[in-house]
Design a protein around this ligand. Structure first.
Ligand SMILES: [Cu+2]
Length: 111
């Protein structure tokens, strides 16, 4: 048990060092949150398009950079015009980031 904990602790320390260095480097930009990883496209399926409110409901896979597991939920979309190209049932690649404290779709395209 003790040995397992030590192993995990050392792995965490190894993994977190580069991440912390990256956070320090990013300290100068206006990013509102310290992401755990760089945003990257996540497979998702469109469940609902809400043009009026600039939101889309997605059934999405795990979002690593937000620490979010797979689920279906609604997101604000940064580029509201991109919603006009989407419809229910579309399979998409969506990229997410935290914008003004909210998980937001920053990029969405057909898959
Ligand atoms: Cu979610």
């Amino acid at each position: 048990m003790k040995r397992t904990l030590i192993t995990i602790a050392s792995v965490c320390a190894t993994l977190s060092l580069p991440a912390h260095a990256a956070d320090d480097m990013a300290g100068m930009n206006m990013k509102p949150s310290a992401s755990m990883a760089a945003p990257k496209p996540v497979e998702a399926e469109v469940r609902k398009v809400d043009m009026a409110n600039g939101k889309v409901t997605l059934k999405h896979g795990p979002i690593e950079n937000l620490g979010m597991s797979a689920m279906t939920m609604s997101f604000p979309v940064k580029d509201k015009a991109s919603l006009s190209k989407l419809k229910e049932g579309d399979k998409v690649n969506a990229t997410f980031d935290t914008v003004n404290g909210a998980a937001t779709v920053i990029r969405i395209e057909p898959r």
